[in-house]
Ligand binder design. Structure first.
Ligand code: SN0
Length: 337
């Protein structure tokens, strides 16, 4: 594996979950695989879980790790071609990338969507520049349109908690309000991974295989069909929640699918959307659902204190599984070097 963006990059998800369980039972099982190999983690944006879990995963595999926060001490980087660099940007990404590649064996990239130019973001321009010019395997640590390490950790978490239930799990991705315009990467990947798990008829619950996957959001927030094809969209949040086993909350800005001019924007004043916040009443509509969120989460906006603190909330085990998903991905990359 020399690139990791999408669910399909992992192939058979049942095998991926088996590897995850193996790593979880002994996370140092492959602790010599990464000897004398260096992971470079490049952050263009903030991170807490990705930074800690990916570094820990590399350490589990015996790798050396270099972390570069581009905005904290590196030269300011130009990313566009054809510009006269007479502003505050001192170095071009097209020189910086091969230089970075010369000091490492594997590169992880965090580079959020700019949320102004949809074509630039959805082409994964920055990620593909790293693939093309670094000469090294590259994986996404949340890029413009995807967050596969998160979605894999979410799938691992659902597989662990669904196994205690005896039916095909109903998983609901719900939009929730937020004061800032956020990327679509997390919901895109979550939808893609849930759909792929269903397509592969992954045995997660009892007798039947796969997932009943439903997305609910206000009109205008339709996700890119490349990530959601086949998913049920239910605009009535209450109907969507009925019978749910897992509620996955996330805010995202307008994906620009049904409202092209709104790409990257908040479509309604959030004060008007607070009825979408997941509170105890919302959770009563479900089948005693588990609450999930990728974190960081804003309490009182996305979810109320009582719901996130309830025993049915999975946000902490879900975050802990980020170490497992990252270990599996790095292990696969190292095995293909
Ligand atoms: C990011 C996002 O993609 O929504 C990262 C999630 C893993 N979240 C934020 O940027 C939250 C920022 C905020 O101010 O709450």
């Amino acid at each position: 594996m020399n690139s990791f963006l999408n669910a399909k990059d992992l192939g058979d998800l049942k095998e991926a979950l088996r590897e995850a369980a193996e790593i979880k039972s002994d996370r140092f099982r492959y602790d010599t695989l990464g000897k004398n190999k260096t992971l470079l983690m490049v952050f263009f944006n903030n991170s807490l879980r990705t930074r800690l879990s990916t570094q820990k995963a590399a350490m589990n595999l015996g790798m050396n790790v270099i972390v570069l926060d581009v905005n904290a001490g590196a030269w300011k980087l130009e990313t566009e071609r054809g510009v006269i660099m007479d502003g505050d940007k001192s170095e071009h990404l097209l020189e910086a990338i091969p230089v970075m590649g010369s000091f490492c064996d594997v590169i992880g990239i965090r580079s959020f969507a700019g949320l102004t130019d949809r074509d630039y973001d959805y082409a994964e321009t920055v990620y593909h520049q790293f693939v093309q010019h670094s000469g090294k395997p590259v994986f996404a640590m949340e890029t413009a349109t995807v967050h596969p390490l998160q979605a894999f950790a979410d799938l691992i978490t659902i597989s662990e908690y669904a196994s205690k239930r005896c039916k095909r799990p109903k998983v609901v991705l719900t939009w929730a309000p937020h004061p800032r315009a956020l990327p679509q990467a997390v919901p895109n990947s979550f939808a893609q991974w849930m759909q792929e798990a269903d397509r592969q008829a992954l045995p997660l619950g009892g007798s039947k295989a796969g997932i009943d996957f439903v997305i609910t959001h206000p009109e205008g927030y339709e996700l890119d069909p490349d990530f959601t094809t086949g998913a049920t969209v239910e605009y009535d949040q209450r109907k969507a929640f009925e019978g749910a086993d897992f509620i996955y909350a996330k805010n995202w800005s307008c994906p620009g699918v049904t409202h092209p001019a709104g790409y990257g924007k908040i479509l309604h004043d959030y004060h008007q959307m607070m009825h979408w916040t997941v509170d105890a009443e919302h959770m009563e509509w479900t089948n005693h659902a588990h609450f999930m969120h990728c974190l960081p989460v804003r309490r009182g906006m996305i979810v109320t204190d009582d719901v996130i603190e309830a025993p049915s909330s999975l946000v902490i085990p879900e975050a802990a599984n980020r170490e497992i998903s990252a270990t599996v991905i790095l292990k696969r990359i190292l095995q293909s070097l």
